[in-house]
Design a protein around this ligand. Structure first.
Ligand code: GTP
Ligand code: MG
Length: 732
């Protein structure tokens, strides 16, 4: 699919970048889909002059939603890096997709970031997925702030959005989640036009757009504020003082001392950077309201990469490497957080540097380990980095160097995949890749024609290099090519990407790897006698098929007496029996397993008997044993499933499981859940056939908050009333 946005523009001028890690901020924008992250990024880029004017998501003209799939879907699908400069600091905004199917990109964004900006829409409740993301960041100590968007929508207000944020993000008393500004000049119908700074007691008037006009605030300045300025100011000051490292501050404040603005701002910034205080800021992308204030927070309060530890790196022999600081003069260490295909440069790798300085024409070591289960075999290679770029969405701007802490893009690294470590060729290192979500929605695909098969194979390797959340499996038993995805929207994107390469790919119904077995002993007679004219064929054999325990496979024995089947043909019978059982009794690929086939009798002809004839007779004998009916049963794979859901959803999960032939084996509290967010782990055994769409079902049962794991357990006999429909969907 080609759009005007598809081609990368490569600017000629060399872009000045941050010269020191201290001058860099990496901030991931996270939150519910459609909360306004991309729109906000666009407004910030325009406000800082990074782009001439803001595009819109609806028109498909934003910097960060420039991928053709994003333009078509009007939402973010991939991680975008959008650097801007403010107050001498380079702020790398990492715009992540909010839709749960693209959480792999969110994970990469969080890995590349040093702080998270939670974008919350004033028109909606804070959704449970965003709340659990907050909890996760809390567990890691990630510095956070909240911006409230869509304050221009009818009946939206900062007050109610704030109360919701304090309830779900604020912990015990909500006193760590407080606004720095209140909105003013708005009403139920009209958007706010100004902010009142609680610390500065200043009105920032945006009625004429960005930048604002500043005037001092006083009770009689005639500004209609949404909220109580003095009460909010006192609460904020108390929270800052409580968080301050200066223990004398509280006594001085309680003694009535007026604490200076500089001290308060310094302490506020320290508390935000340490991840102990979470300011709330109202913004309106269309009017520019709050953009300066947000930029000040991003550049002033969020930590530089120097203030955080790089992820643990090891030498190739497994010993820990001494890369404990973000140092521009330290050893080269970076991680690929995104891989895409650029029309001019081919494979494009976006790199977060944790240590060292990367300059063009450097020999580097690329190392990828730990993705084996998803079709990413361990790989190590030395490659040369050519030009280095600063990415702005899909625009690439050449740069002279990237220092530790910064994010840059490199073209033409042939072996590099998302999650790989980049280090110096002379001192190879390896970072443990971050946790990727497990894809649990299987989609069977096939190339439309034989000619498309090559194109599909190429497209698949390109796809998996860029999207570590998709798993490609060639199922041996069903012969199907299965793409494991995170959800339906992810499936659509995956198919779109495959088709964009020119491969004609169709989706086909997913087959379950069914098997059959014998439930009782049965006799079978196989007879191949063709003796009219020329060299004939003669083989007769009698077999007894008896059931074996699950997992035994096919076993063969012979109890022939008196040489009724000459010894040289016994292995021929075995071959024929095994081939027929492997192909299925109806040649429908439903293999027969867990049986003992005993050759008990037979007849041979001194001239007309042959290996081929006894193979055929063996195969006819097992078919005959099955033909009497009543003792052949279908087996289906069963999975052990572990479902983790908030307690409120356990009931609906359990009743759904019983409707899909699931057998619950236990429910236990999730001991890792934070207080107030109690979760339960439900363990069950569920047939594979009932799990094909479970990723979607569980999402709707649990409002997106549940997750599950599955593991093959064993094969089990299918109830007769289910067998027929299973066979028809799985063997057609
Ligand atoms: N009225 C109003 N609409 C907004 C505002 N911010 C964003 N929108 C609209 O809301 C829709 C979604 O905005 P996006 O910026 O794409 O939201 P997002 O958070 O990036 O969504 P995902 O990429 O799916 O995670 C778009 O149609 C925007 O025009 C706002 O402040 N006010
Ligand atoms: Mg977006």
């Amino acid at each position: 699919m080609a759009t005007k946005k598809a081609a990368t523009k490569t600017a000629v001028a060399v872009l000045p970048t941050a010269d020191r890690p201290e001058k860099i901020r990496n901030v991931a924008l996270v939150g519910h889909s459609a909360a306004g992250k991309t729109t906000l990024v666009e407004a910030l880029l325009a406000a800082t002059g990074t782009i001439a004017r803001a595009g819109t998501v609806v028109d498909g003209t934003t910097v960060s939603d420039a991928d053709p799939v994003e333009v078509a879907q009007q939402r973010s699908v991939v991680l975008s890096v959008c650097p801007l400069r403010f107050d001498g600091v380079v702020v790398n905004l990492l715009d992540t997709p909010g839709y749960p199917d693209f959480t792999g990109e969110l994970r990469a964004g969080l890995r590349a970031a040093d702080a998270a900006l939670f974008v919350v829409s004033a028109t909606d409740d804070v959704d449970p997925i965003t709340v659990s993301l907050w909890e996760e960041c809390a567990g890691l100590g990630t510095p956070r702030a909240v911006v409230v968007t869509k304050l221009d929508a009818p009946r939206a207000s900062l007050g109610s959005a704030l109360a919701a944020c304090q309830r779900v993000f604020g912990g015990a008393d909500g006193q760590a989640v407080l606004p720095l500004y209140l909105t003013a000049g708005g009403s139920a119908e009209a958007a706010p036009e100004a902010l009142v700074g609680l610390l500065t007691r200043t009105v920032y008037d945006y009625s004429a757009g960005y930048p604002s006009k500043e005037t001092p605030y006083s009770d009689d300045s005639g500004v209609s504020v949404d909220g109580d300025v003095e009460a909010s100011r006192n609460a904020l000051i108390e929270a800052i003082i409580n968080n301050s490292e200066d223990e004398t501050l509280l006594d001085r404040y309680l003694a009535g001392e007026d604490i200076g603005l500089d001290v308060l701002v310094d302490d506020l910034e320290t508390a935000v950077a340490r991840g102990t205080f979470y300011p709330v800021l109202p913004v309106c992308a269309s009017s520019g309201l709050g953009l300066s204030e947000l930029l000040e927070l991003l550049s002033g309060a969020f930590p530089s990469p120097v203030e955080l530890d790089p992820p643990l790196a090891r030498h190739v022999d497994g010993t820990p490497a001494d890369v404990t600081r973000c140092d521009a003069n330290g050893p080269l260490l970076g991680e690929i957080v995104r891989t895409s295909v650029d029309p001019y440069l081919g494979r494009l790798s976006v790199l977060r540097l944790f240590s060292g300085t990367l300059v063009p024409e450097t020999a580097v070591h690329i190392s990828g380990h730990g993705g084996e289960s998803r079709g990413h075999p361990d790989h190590d290679a030395d490659e040369r980095v050519g030009q280095i770029f600063s990415p702005l969405g899909t625009t690439l701007r050449p740069i002279e160097r990237a220092v530790a802490g910064d994010i840059c893009a490199i073209g033409r690294l042939g072996t590099a995949e998302t999650g790989d470590t980049i280090s110096a060729k002379s001192a190879p290192l390896l970072i443990e890749p971050w946790q990727m979500p497990e894809p649990l929605l299987p989609v069977a695909v096939q190339a439309a024609t034989r000619a498309d098969e090559d194109a599909l194979a190429k497209a698949l390797s390109r796809l998996t290099a860029g999207d570590p959340t998709v798993r490609v499996e060639r199922q041996i038993e069903t012969g199907q090519l299965v793409l494991w995805c995170l959800g339906e929207a992810h499936t659509d994107v995956v198919l779109e990407r495959l088709r964009a390469t020119g491969a004609h790919v169709d989706t086909v119904p997913l087959r379950v790897a069914l098997r059959e077995t014998f439930t009782a002993e049965a006799r079978g007679h196989g007879r191949l006698v063709k003796q009219s004219g020329g060299h004939g064929q003669y083989a007769v054999c009698d077999v007894v098929v008896s059931p074996l325990p699950r997992g035994s496979g096919v076993q063969f024995a012979e109890k022939v007496v008196g040489g009724a089947v000459p010894s040289q043909f016994i292995s021929s019978v075995e071959k024929g029996v095994r081939a027929q059982l492997a192909h299925g009794l109806d040649n429908d690929r439903v293999a027969v397993v867990d049986v003992l086939v005993t050759l008990v009798d037979g007849k041979a002809h001194s001239v007309d008997s042959s290996d081929a004839a006894f193979q055929t007779a063996g195969s006819l004998a097992v078919k005959d044993a099955a033909a009497a009916g009543g003792h052949v049963a279908m087996l289906e794979p069963l999975a052990t499933v572990e479902i983790t859901v908030p307690d409120a959803h356990v009931g609906s999960v359990l009743s759904d499981l019983s409707s899909r032939r699931g057998r619950v084996t236990g429910t236990v509290p999730d001991t890792t859940a934070p207080t107030g967010m109690e979760r339960t782990v439900v363990r069950a055994e569920v047939p594979d056939a009932e799990l094909t769409r479970y990723a979607i079902t569980l999402r709707s049962l649990s409002a997106g908050t549940g997750h599950f794991t599955r593991e093959f357990a064993r094969y089990e006999v299918v109830p007769p009333n289910v067998a027929a429909s299973l066979r028809s969907t799985s063997t057609t």
